[in-house]
Design a protein around this ligand. Structure first.
Ligand code: SF4
Ligand code: SF4
Length: 451
Protein backbone atom coordinates (compact mmCIF):
# COMPACT_ATOMS: atom_id res chain seq x y z
CA UNK A 1 0.00 0.00 0.00
CA UNK A 2 1.22 3.49 -0.87
CA UNK A 3 1.31 6.17 1.82
CA UNK A 4 1.46 9.96 1.87
CA UNK A 5 2.10 12.61 4.50
CA UNK A 6 -1.05 13.79 6.25
CA UNK A 7 -2.25 17.24 5.24
CA UNK A 8 -2.93 17.82 8.97
CA UNK A 9 0.67 17.58 10.12
CA UNK A 10 2.13 20.72 11.62
CA UNK A 11 5.89 20.73 11.68
CA UNK A 12 6.40 22.59 14.93
CA UNK A 13 10.16 22.91 15.12
CA UNK A 14 13.46 21.48 13.98
CA UNK A 15 15.70 20.73 16.96
CA UNK A 16 19.44 21.34 17.11
CA UNK A 17 20.20 17.63 16.80
CA UNK A 18 18.18 17.44 13.57
CA UNK A 19 15.12 15.81 15.15
CA UNK A 20 11.75 17.30 14.35
CA UNK A 21 8.74 18.16 16.52
CA UNK A 22 5.55 17.24 14.72
CA UNK A 23 1.88 17.59 15.65
CA UNK A 24 -1.13 16.14 13.86
CA UNK A 25 -4.25 18.28 14.24
CA UNK A 26 -6.54 15.37 13.40
CA UNK A 27 -5.27 12.89 16.00
CA UNK A 28 -3.81 15.42 18.43
CA UNK A 29 -0.56 13.45 18.69
CA UNK A 30 2.60 15.46 19.34
CA UNK A 31 5.86 13.64 18.71
CA UNK A 32 9.59 13.83 18.13
CA UNK A 33 10.78 12.37 14.84
CA UNK A 34 14.38 11.22 14.54
CA UNK A 35 16.46 11.85 11.41
CA UNK A 36 16.19 8.30 9.95
CA UNK A 37 12.42 8.36 10.31
CA UNK A 38 12.26 11.83 8.80
CA UNK A 39 14.10 10.57 5.73
CA UNK A 40 11.38 8.00 5.17
CA UNK A 41 8.59 10.40 6.09
CA UNK A 42 9.77 13.08 3.68
CA UNK A 43 9.92 10.69 0.75
CA UNK A 44 7.04 8.48 1.80
CA UNK A 45 5.14 9.03 -1.47
CA UNK A 46 8.01 7.28 -3.34
CA UNK A 47 8.91 4.70 -0.73
CA UNK A 48 7.84 1.09 -0.63
CA UNK A 49 7.71 0.64 3.14
CA UNK A 50 7.30 -3.14 2.82
CA UNK A 51 10.95 -3.23 1.67
CA UNK A 52 12.28 -1.67 4.88
CA UNK A 53 13.58 -4.44 7.09
CA UNK A 54 15.25 -2.42 9.84
CA UNK A 55 13.17 -3.35 12.90
CA UNK A 56 13.57 0.01 14.60
CA UNK A 57 12.43 1.86 11.46
CA UNK A 58 9.53 -0.54 10.95
CA UNK A 59 8.44 0.25 14.50
CA UNK A 60 8.55 3.98 13.76
CA UNK A 61 6.66 3.52 10.49
CA UNK A 62 3.90 1.77 12.43
CA UNK A 63 3.82 4.65 14.89
CA UNK A 64 3.53 7.08 11.97
CA UNK A 65 0.55 5.12 10.65
CA UNK A 66 -1.15 5.00 14.05
CA UNK A 67 -0.62 8.69 14.69
CA UNK A 68 -1.71 9.48 11.12
CA UNK A 69 1.51 11.33 10.36
CA UNK A 70 1.29 9.17 7.25
CA UNK A 71 -1.99 7.99 5.74
CA UNK A 72 -2.86 5.62 2.85
CA UNK A 73 -2.37 7.46 -0.44
CA UNK A 74 -5.99 6.96 -1.54
CA UNK A 75 -7.47 8.60 1.59
CA UNK A 76 -9.16 11.93 0.96
CA UNK A 77 -8.57 13.52 4.35
CA UNK A 78 -10.41 16.73 3.57
CA UNK A 79 -13.57 14.87 2.58
CA UNK A 80 -13.36 12.80 5.69
CA UNK A 81 -13.19 15.98 7.84
CA UNK A 82 -16.05 17.48 5.83
CA UNK A 83 -18.14 14.35 6.30
CA UNK A 84 -17.60 14.25 10.05
CA UNK A 85 -18.44 17.92 10.16
CA UNK A 86 -21.70 17.48 8.25
CA UNK A 87 -22.83 14.39 10.13
CA UNK A 88 -22.23 16.07 13.48
CA UNK A 89 -23.98 19.29 12.47
CA UNK A 90 -27.20 17.58 11.50
CA UNK A 91 -27.20 14.66 13.90
CA UNK A 92 -29.93 16.04 16.22
CA UNK A 93 -28.53 14.26 19.24
CA UNK A 94 -28.07 17.23 21.56
CA UNK A 95 -30.73 19.82 22.21
CA UNK A 96 -28.65 22.84 23.10
CA UNK A 97 -30.25 26.00 24.48
CA UNK A 98 -28.49 29.19 25.45
CA UNK A 99 -31.08 31.11 27.42
CA UNK A 100 -31.01 34.80 28.30
CA UNK A 101 -33.71 35.22 30.98
CA UNK A 102 -32.95 38.93 30.73
CA UNK A 103 -30.82 41.23 28.61
CA UNK A 104 -30.54 43.63 31.51
CA UNK A 105 -27.27 43.85 33.39
CA UNK A 106 -26.03 45.30 36.66
CA UNK A 107 -22.79 46.28 34.94
CA UNK A 108 -21.94 48.70 32.16
CA UNK A 109 -18.74 47.35 30.60
CA UNK A 110 -17.42 49.46 27.74
CA UNK A 111 -16.61 46.45 25.52
CA UNK A 112 -20.02 44.77 25.92
CA UNK A 113 -21.43 43.95 22.49
CA UNK A 114 -25.04 43.59 23.61
CA UNK A 115 -27.52 46.39 23.17
CA UNK A 116 -28.93 46.98 26.67
CA UNK A 117 -32.59 46.23 27.30
CA UNK A 118 -34.66 45.93 30.46
CA UNK A 119 -36.59 42.99 29.04
CA UNK A 120 -37.05 39.96 31.29
CA UNK A 121 -38.57 36.60 30.43
CA UNK A 122 -42.22 36.54 31.50
CA UNK A 123 -43.86 33.50 33.10
CA UNK A 124 -45.83 33.04 29.90
CA UNK A 125 -42.64 32.90 27.80
CA UNK A 126 -41.05 30.51 30.32
CA UNK A 127 -44.07 28.20 29.88
CA UNK A 128 -43.75 28.51 26.11
CA UNK A 129 -40.09 27.60 26.41
CA UNK A 130 -40.93 24.45 28.35
CA UNK A 131 -43.46 23.51 25.63
CA UNK A 132 -40.83 24.24 23.00
CA UNK A 133 -38.42 21.82 24.68
CA UNK A 134 -41.10 19.13 25.07
CA UNK A 135 -42.08 19.45 21.42
CA UNK A 136 -38.48 18.68 20.44
CA UNK A 137 -38.57 15.36 22.25
CA UNK A 138 -41.73 14.47 20.35
CA UNK A 139 -40.24 15.43 17.00
CA UNK A 140 -36.69 14.17 17.50
CA UNK A 141 -36.41 10.78 19.23
CA UNK A 142 -32.71 11.02 18.34
CA UNK A 143 -32.07 13.54 21.16
CA UNK A 144 -29.73 12.00 23.73
CA UNK A 145 -29.11 14.95 26.06
CA UNK A 146 -30.30 18.44 26.94
CA UNK A 147 -27.65 21.08 27.43
CA UNK A 148 -28.42 24.53 28.83
CA UNK A 149 -26.26 27.62 29.08
CA UNK A 150 -27.63 30.47 31.20
CA UNK A 151 -26.63 33.68 29.54
CA UNK A 152 -27.65 37.33 29.48
CA UNK A 153 -27.40 40.31 30.09
CA UNK A 154 -26.71 39.07 33.59
CA UNK A 155 -28.71 35.85 34.04
CA UNK A 156 -28.56 35.96 37.85
CA UNK A 157 -30.70 39.12 37.80
CA UNK A 158 -33.50 36.64 37.06
CA UNK A 159 -32.70 33.81 39.45
CA UNK A 160 -36.32 32.76 39.82
CA UNK A 161 -36.62 32.14 36.07
CA UNK A 162 -33.48 29.97 36.20
CA UNK A 163 -34.78 28.00 39.20
CA UNK A 164 -38.20 27.53 37.62
CA UNK A 165 -36.98 26.51 34.18
CA UNK A 166 -34.25 24.24 35.56
CA UNK A 167 -36.80 22.32 37.60
CA UNK A 168 -39.01 21.79 34.53
CA UNK A 169 -36.12 20.85 32.24
CA UNK A 170 -34.70 18.36 34.75
CA UNK A 171 -38.16 16.82 35.08
CA UNK A 172 -38.38 16.42 31.29
CA UNK A 173 -34.94 14.81 31.18
CA UNK A 174 -35.88 12.42 33.98
CA UNK A 175 -39.00 11.40 32.04
CA UNK A 176 -36.95 10.97 28.87
CA UNK A 177 -34.19 9.19 30.83
CA UNK A 178 -31.49 11.33 29.30
CA UNK A 179 -28.74 13.39 30.94
CA UNK A 180 -29.15 17.08 31.68
CA UNK A 181 -26.18 19.47 31.59
CA UNK A 182 -26.06 23.13 32.55
CA UNK A 183 -23.55 25.94 32.86
CA UNK A 184 -23.74 29.69 33.34
CA UNK A 185 -21.98 32.79 32.03
CA UNK A 186 -22.22 35.39 34.78
CA UNK A 187 -20.37 38.47 35.96
CA UNK A 188 -20.28 36.76 39.38
CA UNK A 189 -21.72 39.63 41.44
CA UNK A 190 -24.86 37.73 42.44
CA UNK A 191 -23.17 34.33 42.66
CA UNK A 192 -23.09 34.26 46.45
CA UNK A 193 -22.61 31.04 48.43
CA UNK A 194 -26.32 30.33 48.75
CA UNK A 195 -27.01 30.93 45.06
CA UNK A 196 -24.12 28.77 43.92
CA UNK A 197 -25.31 25.97 46.21
CA UNK A 198 -28.80 26.13 44.78
CA UNK A 199 -27.50 26.27 41.23
CA UNK A 200 -25.33 23.19 41.80
CA UNK A 201 -27.76 21.11 43.81
CA UNK A 202 -31.17 22.05 42.41
CA UNK A 203 -30.33 23.28 38.91
CA UNK A 204 -27.40 20.97 38.09
CA UNK A 205 -25.25 23.90 36.99
CA UNK A 206 -21.79 22.36 36.97
CA UNK A 207 -19.67 25.24 35.67
CA UNK A 208 -19.59 29.01 35.55
CA UNK A 209 -17.63 31.48 33.47
CA UNK A 210 -16.81 34.69 35.35
CA UNK A 211 -14.77 37.64 34.11
CA UNK A 212 -12.00 39.40 36.03
CA UNK A 213 -10.18 42.00 34.01
CA UNK A 214 -7.38 43.20 36.26
CA UNK A 215 -6.48 44.08 39.82
CA UNK A 216 -9.09 45.98 41.84
CA UNK A 217 -8.82 49.48 40.28
CA UNK A 218 -8.43 48.29 36.70
CA UNK A 219 -11.18 45.71 37.02
CA UNK A 220 -13.59 48.18 38.61
CA UNK A 221 -12.96 50.69 35.79
CA UNK A 222 -13.75 48.05 33.15
CA UNK A 223 -16.37 45.98 34.94
CA UNK A 224 -18.42 48.89 36.16
CA UNK A 225 -21.21 48.17 38.61
CA UNK A 226 -24.18 50.45 38.00
CA UNK A 227 -24.37 51.19 41.75
CA UNK A 228 -20.68 52.21 41.81
CA UNK A 229 -19.67 49.44 44.24
CA UNK A 230 -16.39 47.52 44.22
CA UNK A 231 -17.22 44.67 41.82
CA UNK A 232 -13.72 43.17 42.20
CA UNK A 233 -14.10 42.61 45.95
CA UNK A 234 -17.59 41.11 45.57
CA UNK A 235 -16.59 38.75 42.76
CA UNK A 236 -13.38 37.53 44.41
CA UNK A 237 -15.23 36.84 47.65
CA UNK A 238 -18.05 35.05 45.76
CA UNK A 239 -15.54 32.87 43.95
CA UNK A 240 -13.91 31.96 47.27
CA UNK A 241 -17.26 31.01 48.77
CA UNK A 242 -18.67 29.27 45.74
CA UNK A 243 -20.01 25.72 46.05
CA UNK A 244 -17.13 23.37 45.28
CA UNK A 245 -19.38 21.36 42.97
CA UNK A 246 -19.16 24.21 40.48
CA UNK A 247 -16.11 24.46 38.21
CA UNK A 248 -15.25 28.14 37.83
CA UNK A 249 -13.44 29.40 34.74
CA UNK A 250 -12.18 32.97 35.12
CA UNK A 251 -11.94 34.70 31.79
CA UNK A 252 -9.60 37.67 31.63
CA UNK A 253 -10.49 39.94 28.72
CA UNK A 254 -7.29 41.53 27.50
CA UNK A 255 -6.66 44.58 25.36
CA UNK A 256 -3.86 47.12 25.15
CA UNK A 257 -5.20 48.95 28.20
CA UNK A 258 -4.96 46.16 30.76
CA UNK A 259 -2.25 43.97 29.21
CA UNK A 260 0.48 45.49 31.39
CA UNK A 261 -1.29 44.27 34.48
CA UNK A 262 -1.57 40.61 33.54
CA UNK A 263 1.63 39.64 35.32
CA UNK A 264 0.40 41.12 38.58
CA UNK A 265 -3.02 39.54 38.12
CA UNK A 266 -1.55 36.10 37.41
CA UNK A 267 0.56 36.34 40.55
CA UNK A 268 -2.51 37.40 42.51
CA UNK A 269 -4.50 34.41 41.20
CA UNK A 270 -1.80 31.84 41.84
CA UNK A 271 0.28 33.10 44.76
CA UNK A 272 -2.28 34.98 46.78
CA UNK A 273 -5.45 33.04 46.02
CA UNK A 274 -4.07 29.60 45.18
CA UNK A 275 -6.24 29.47 42.05
CA UNK A 276 -5.37 27.49 38.92
CA UNK A 277 -7.55 24.37 38.88
CA UNK A 278 -10.87 25.36 40.39
CA UNK A 279 -11.10 28.19 39.74
CA UNK A 280 -9.00 27.95 36.61
CA UNK A 281 -8.29 31.05 34.55
CA UNK A 282 -7.52 31.93 30.95
CA UNK A 283 -6.97 35.00 28.81
CA UNK A 284 -8.97 36.09 25.78
CA UNK A 285 -8.73 39.14 23.53
CA UNK A 286 -11.36 41.87 23.57
CA UNK A 287 -12.92 42.44 20.15
CA UNK A 288 -15.16 45.17 18.75
CA UNK A 289 -18.01 42.99 17.56
CA UNK A 290 -20.55 45.67 16.75
CA UNK A 291 -21.52 49.27 17.33
CA UNK A 292 -22.84 48.46 20.84
CA UNK A 293 -19.20 47.98 21.92
CA UNK A 294 -17.90 51.30 23.20
CA UNK A 295 -14.32 50.16 22.85
CA UNK A 296 -12.04 51.64 20.18
CA UNK A 297 -10.74 49.24 17.55
CA UNK A 298 -7.17 50.51 18.19
CA UNK A 299 -7.23 49.27 21.79
CA UNK A 300 -8.01 45.70 20.69
CA UNK A 301 -5.16 43.31 19.95
CA UNK A 302 -5.10 41.48 16.65
CA UNK A 303 -4.76 37.68 16.64
CA UNK A 304 -0.96 37.42 16.22
CA UNK A 305 -0.30 40.16 18.79
CA UNK A 306 -2.58 38.56 21.35
CA UNK A 307 -1.17 35.07 20.68
CA UNK A 308 2.32 36.32 21.42
CA UNK A 309 1.19 38.08 24.64
CA UNK A 310 -0.73 34.97 25.67
CA UNK A 311 2.41 32.94 25.28
CA UNK A 312 4.18 35.19 27.77
CA UNK A 313 1.27 34.80 30.22
CA UNK A 314 1.48 31.03 29.84
CA UNK A 315 5.21 31.05 30.56
CA UNK A 316 4.62 33.05 33.73
CA UNK A 317 1.74 30.77 34.73
CA UNK A 318 4.01 27.77 34.14
CA UNK A 319 6.77 29.22 36.30
CA UNK A 320 4.29 29.69 39.15
CA UNK A 321 2.14 26.58 38.79
CA UNK A 322 3.23 23.99 36.24
CA UNK A 323 0.15 21.78 36.46
CA UNK A 324 -2.40 24.51 35.85
CA UNK A 325 -0.42 25.97 32.92
CA UNK A 326 0.33 22.68 31.21
CA UNK A 327 -3.21 22.02 30.00
CA UNK A 328 -3.06 25.25 27.98
CA UNK A 329 0.07 24.09 26.11
CA UNK A 330 -1.78 21.54 24.01
CA UNK A 331 -4.46 22.51 21.50
CA UNK A 332 -7.99 21.52 22.47
CA UNK A 333 -9.12 18.26 20.89
CA UNK A 334 -10.40 18.30 17.35
CA UNK A 335 -13.92 19.49 16.86
CA UNK A 336 -16.59 19.19 14.21
CA UNK A 337 -17.76 22.81 14.09
CA UNK A 338 -16.14 25.98 15.35
CA UNK A 339 -19.13 26.58 17.63
CA UNK A 340 -22.66 25.28 17.93
CA UNK A 341 -24.14 28.16 15.88
CA UNK A 342 -23.82 26.00 12.76
CA UNK A 343 -25.62 22.98 14.26
CA UNK A 344 -29.27 21.95 14.19
CA UNK A 345 -31.17 21.96 17.50
CA UNK A 346 -29.07 24.84 18.77
CA UNK A 347 -31.01 27.89 19.92
CA UNK A 348 -29.93 31.11 21.61
CA UNK A 349 -33.15 32.39 23.17
CA UNK A 350 -33.89 35.95 24.21
CA UNK A 351 -36.38 37.03 26.94
CA UNK A 352 -39.16 37.44 24.39
CA UNK A 353 -38.77 33.91 23.06
CA UNK A 354 -37.07 34.83 19.79
CA UNK A 355 -34.16 32.66 18.93
CA UNK A 356 -30.85 33.17 17.15
CA UNK A 357 -28.01 30.91 16.11
CA UNK A 358 -25.18 33.06 17.41
CA UNK A 359 -24.65 34.36 20.97
CA UNK A 360 -23.51 37.72 19.71
CA UNK A 361 -26.82 38.34 17.99
CA UNK A 362 -29.10 37.78 20.96
CA UNK A 363 -31.67 40.56 21.26
CA UNK A 364 -30.97 41.98 17.79
CA UNK A 365 -34.16 41.24 15.88
CA UNK A 366 -32.38 41.67 12.51
CA UNK A 367 -30.64 38.38 13.19
CA UNK A 368 -33.38 36.30 14.74
CA UNK A 369 -33.82 32.90 13.13
CA UNK A 370 -37.16 31.93 14.71
CA UNK A 371 -39.70 32.22 17.53
CA UNK A 372 -40.33 29.55 20.18
CA UNK A 373 -44.02 30.45 20.16
CA UNK A 374 -44.47 29.69 16.47
CA UNK A 375 -44.25 26.37 14.64
CA UNK A 376 -40.71 25.66 13.43
CA UNK A 377 -39.99 27.33 10.12
CA UNK A 378 -36.74 27.09 8.15
CA UNK A 379 -36.44 30.86 7.72
CA UNK A 380 -33.94 32.29 5.29
CA UNK A 381 -31.68 33.42 8.15
CA UNK A 382 -31.83 29.99 9.79
CA UNK A 383 -30.99 28.22 6.54
CA UNK A 384 -28.03 30.54 5.94
CA UNK A 385 -26.55 29.17 9.17
CA UNK A 386 -27.45 25.58 8.44
CA UNK A 387 -25.88 25.62 4.99
CA UNK A 388 -22.88 27.75 5.94
CA UNK A 389 -19.82 26.18 4.37
CA UNK A 390 -16.08 26.35 4.89
CA UNK A 391 -14.09 28.90 2.97
CA UNK A 392 -11.48 27.83 0.42
CA UNK A 393 -8.78 29.24 2.70
CA UNK A 394 -9.93 26.90 5.50
CA UNK A 395 -10.14 23.85 3.28
CA UNK A 396 -6.45 24.26 2.60
CA UNK A 397 -5.52 24.88 6.22
CA UNK A 398 -3.64 22.27 8.28
CA UNK A 399 -5.48 23.45 11.40
CA UNK A 400 -8.93 22.66 9.97
CA UNK A 401 -9.68 19.69 12.28
CA UNK A 402 -9.00 21.91 15.31
CA UNK A 403 -10.66 25.05 14.08
CA UNK A 404 -13.40 24.17 11.57
CA UNK A 405 -13.34 27.47 9.79
CA UNK A 406 -13.39 30.06 12.56
CA UNK A 407 -16.35 32.10 13.75
CA UNK A 408 -19.28 31.67 11.40
CA UNK A 409 -20.36 35.32 11.66
CA UNK A 410 -17.57 36.40 9.32
CA UNK A 411 -18.21 33.67 6.75
CA UNK A 412 -21.94 34.41 6.94
CA UNK A 413 -21.25 38.05 6.17
CA UNK A 414 -19.23 37.02 3.11
CA UNK A 415 -15.95 38.07 4.71
CA UNK A 416 -12.76 36.06 4.66
CA UNK A 417 -12.55 33.49 7.47
CA UNK A 418 -11.02 34.99 10.61
CA UNK A 419 -8.43 32.79 12.22
CA UNK A 420 -8.80 32.40 15.97
CA UNK A 421 -5.84 33.82 17.90
CA UNK A 422 -4.82 30.33 19.03
CA UNK A 423 -3.98 29.53 15.41
CA UNK A 424 -1.08 32.00 15.66
CA UNK A 425 0.13 30.55 18.94
CA UNK A 426 -0.07 26.76 18.57
CA UNK A 427 3.52 26.24 17.51
CA UNK A 428 4.90 28.38 20.33
CA UNK A 429 2.79 26.70 23.01
CA UNK A 430 3.70 23.25 21.69
CA UNK A 431 7.33 24.27 22.01
CA UNK A 432 6.63 25.11 25.65
CA UNK A 433 5.17 21.62 26.04
CA UNK A 434 8.36 20.19 24.57
CA UNK A 435 10.50 22.24 26.98
CA UNK A 436 8.43 20.81 29.82
CA UNK A 437 8.88 17.31 28.42
CA UNK A 438 12.65 17.75 28.31
CA UNK A 439 12.68 18.84 31.92
CA UNK A 440 10.63 15.85 33.00
CA UNK A 441 11.83 13.23 30.59
CA UNK A 442 11.23 10.53 33.13
CA UNK A 443 7.48 11.26 33.00
CA UNK A 444 6.65 12.17 29.36
CA UNK A 445 3.33 13.98 28.99
CA UNK A 446 2.65 12.80 25.44
CA UNK A 447 3.40 9.99 23.06
CA UNK A 448 6.67 10.18 21.17
CA UNK A 449 7.89 8.72 17.97
CA UNK A 450 11.20 8.12 19.62
CA UNK A 451 12.84 9.25 22.80
S1 SF4 B 1 -20.72 32.25 15.46
FE1 SF4 B 1 -18.91 33.32 16.22
S2 SF4 B 1 -19.70 35.01 17.48
FE2 SF4 B 1 -21.37 33.54 17.14
S3 SF4 B 1 -21.34 32.20 18.94
FE3 SF4 B 1 -20.11 31.21 17.33
S4 SF4 B 1 -18.02 31.91 17.71
FE4 SF4 B 1 -19.38 33.28 18.86
S1 SF4 C 1 -10.17 30.14 10.24
FE1 SF4 C 1 -7.95 30.18 9.92
S2 SF4 C 1 -7.12 28.64 11.34
FE2 SF4 C 1 -9.30 28.25 11.12
S3 SF4 C 1 -9.44 26.71 9.53
FE3 SF4 C 1 -9.72 28.72 8.56
S4 SF4 C 1 -7.67 29.30 7.87
FE4 SF4 C 1 -7.42 27.64 9.37
Amino acid sequence: MKYKRSRYNVEVDKLEDGKKLIYNTYTGVFGIMDIETQNIYEDIENTDISNIDNIELQKNINIMKNTRYIVPAEIDELSSVRLQRASSRYTNQVLSLTIAPTLDCNMACPYCYEGKSKLVMSEETQNDLVKFVKSHFERYPSIKSLSICWYGGEPLMQKEAIYNLSEKFIEICNEEKIPYYANIVTNGVFLDAETSKKLVNDCKVSSAQITIDGMRDTHNKRRILMNGEDSFGVIVSNIDNCDKGMQIAIRVNVDKENSKEIEKLTKFFIEEKGWGHNPMFYFAPVGKYNESCDIEEVTCMKGPEFASENNQYLKLNYSLNRESALKHFYPKVKKTTFCSAENTLNYVIDPQGYYYNCWHHVGDSDFKTGDIKAPFMPTEKYMEWMLLDLSVKCEKCEYLPLCQGGCGVYRLGGEEAQCHYSYYGYKETLKLAYEDYKLRKSKPAHKNIKN
